[in-house]
Design a protein around this ligand. Structure first.
Ligand code: ZN
Ligand code: ZN
Length: 98
């Protein structure tokens, strides 16, 4: 109920935020879809070792250096905690990507 109430009273803010997110980086969704497709089709082998800390994980996440088309397949596979840490660092530097 809280969520619905929030949406009702903040509809404009929520819409604006989604629009801003899309306008800021229209390539974001495409970049993620390309990686998903590449893994599925065998173009990229998803590793099981985090490229940052070396821990084993079968749920590594793809991190993009950039969302420009030439970097769509230029990803790092990181465990959840390294990925989160990396993003905290990027936010501090004022240049966050997913
Ligand atoms: Zn890691
Ligand atoms: Zn990332």
């Amino acid at each position: 109920m809280l969520g619905r109430e929030y949406y009702k009273t903040h509809t404009e803010q929520v819409k604006q935020r989604i629009k801003k997110w899309r306008d800021e980086d229209p390539n974001r969704v495409k970049a993620h879809n390309v990686v998903k497709w590449a893994i599925k089709s065998g173009k990229i082998i998803r590793p099981t070792i985090c490229q940052c800390c070396g821990e084993y994980s079968d749920r590594l996440e793809a991190h993009h250096h950039s969302y420009q088309p030439e970097y769509w397949l230029d990803v790092k596979f990181l465990c959840v905690s390294c990925h989160r840490q990396l993003h905290e660092d990027l936010i501090k530097q004022g240049k966050e990507l997913t």
